[in-house]
Design a binder for this molecule. Structure first.
Ligand code: BGC
Length: 433
């Protein structure tokens, strides 16, 4: 019975009945797709918060300048889960959008099923092989051919803090997990919310990821989540990770359930909460609220993860169309995404660092400068880790199942830890079913 939620989660991840499942594996018949002749490009994405909207608006403006009509198809919620569910429904009914925000192993899933436009010519013209780190470009290709255009590199293992709240509580910014709990106690005693968390499954799993990185270390984290090492998935370090996650709950507020991530960031911005552990899209919210990095807010690596960089790359894929003009518009968009001016504008608002290695970073704030240094250092010391909670280490089926397991454990103190570890093991294997 305990596996019922997992099975439900899996059916959500693959909402396709078995008779239609066979069809998705064939190259889709695109001859019947409606031909659009008005230069309109319909773009499915989930960038709807203040900072995200500013970032994507830069792309909309540039597309408009090139004479294209941007048809916005924004589906908010759950770090993309709602958008991807919508995409599946649209694609399976033969009416995919022209462009969609997809990332990580999911690019392969769509590419292998024949849905995506080959953009090798754009990549060649802009020399992506030279300008984009290989660890990133591996995700963008199917059978050696580019099918996705990357925007950025997000670091997931960050802690965002309000220095004023720390000062009022007489607390120090935490470098380790032990220091985190010392600071959290002081902040709580001073009447602030120590840890801002929106209790949604993906936010809880993002927190779980940073704790796991700190407690398991890079090698064991990779062996557990990318190589599916059973002993590690159900071992002592995993137990400690889960216990630490549960211990953090007492430092969150009563209104946490269901709160979205940007409203959660606002608690730190407004000085109601001291910290949020979240990827650097959170920085976009501080900046959109005109807050200054180093003064109004600070960014430090999630406790215990200073050497590690959990990466998350945003990218767009382009759905095949029967109209050559449409394909040309899609490729134009792919090219714009990698243009140096756009890379700079987009990433200044989005909180991430550019995906091109040759972008001048002088306009970027100290957090972005730190992120760039941390990325290079982690690459040199083999501490780059594909994000678990943001679709880089695992595919959609595993992710949906993992979200469910972590969220149940976090929200119900009666849920047994050994059983949770077994469910985590089952969840990371779900991609292979
Ligand atoms: C995406 C970010 C986005 C965040 C919250 C992440 O999975 O990579 O681009 O800002 O979700 O919506």
């Amino acid at each position: 019975m305990r596996f019922l939620p997992l099975i439900l989660a899996l059916s959500l991840a693959f909402p396709v009945a078995s008779d239609t499942h066979e069809d998705i594996n064939k190259t889709p018949d695109i001859s019947g797709l409606p031909s659009k002749t008005n230069n309109e490009v319909e773009v499915l994405h989930w960038w709807t918060s203040g900072g995200e909207a500013l970032a994507v608006n830069a792309l909309k403006d540039m597309m408009k300048e090139k004479g294209h009509k941007w048809k916005d198809f924004a589906v908010a919620g759950r770090a993309g889960e709602s958008a991807i569910n919508t995409l599946r429904t649209r694609a399976l009914s033969g009416n995919p959008p022209d462009v969609a925000q997809i990332k990580g192993p999911e690019i392969q899933e769509w590419g292998e099923r024949g849905f995506l436009v080959n953009i090798d010519d754009v990549a060649e013209e802009q020399r992506w092989n030279e300008l984009v780190p290989a660890r990133v470009s591996d995700y963008l290709k199917v059978d050696g051919h580019y099918v996705a255009a990357p925007f950025n590199i997000h670091r997931v293992n960050w802690l965002w803090a309000n220095p004023d709240v720390f000062a009022q509580a007489g607390a120090e910014l935490p470098q380790s997990m032990d220091e985190f709990f010392i600071a959290a106690e002081k902040i709580k005693a001073a009447g602030f919310i120590p840890l801002a968390l929106g209790s949604e499954a993906w936010q809880e799993t993002t927190l779980f990821e940073s704790i796991a990185l700190a407690i398991m270390g890079t090698d064991d984290f990779r062996k557990a989540f990318s190589e599916h090492n059973s002993d590690l998935l159900t071992g002592e370090k995993m137990r400690e990770t889960l216990l630490t996650l549960r211990r953090m709950k007492q430092y969150t507020d009563a209104d946490s359930p269901g709160r979205n991530w940007s409203d959660t960031t606002s608690l730190v911005i407004e000085g109601k909460a001291a910290m949020q552990m979240m990827g650097d899209w959170a920085k976009g919210e501080f900046l959109a609220a005109n807050k200054v990095s180093g003064k109004d807010f600070v960014c430090i690596p999630a406790p215990g993860t200073a050497n590690q960089f959990s990466f998350n790359i945003d990218s767009f894929v382009f759905f095949k169309s029967s109209d050559p003009q449409q394909t040309a518009s899609q490729k134009e968009l792919a090219k714009l995404i990698l243009e140096p001016d756009f890379q700079e504008e987009f990433n200044l608002s989005k909180g991430s660092i550019p995906v091109r290695v040759d972008i001048n970073m002088t306009r970027f704030d100290p957090c972005a400068q730190d992120a760039m240094q941390a990325f290079l250092r982690a690459a040199a010391t083999d501490n780059l880790v594909a994000s678990l909670s943001h679709n880089m280490a695992i595919g959609r089926a595993s992710q949906v199942a993992l979200f469910d397991v972590i969220s149940r454990y976090y929200n119900d103190d009666e849920v047994n830890i050994d059983e949770t570890m077994r469910h985590i093991r089952a969840a990371v294997l779900a991609d292979k079913l």
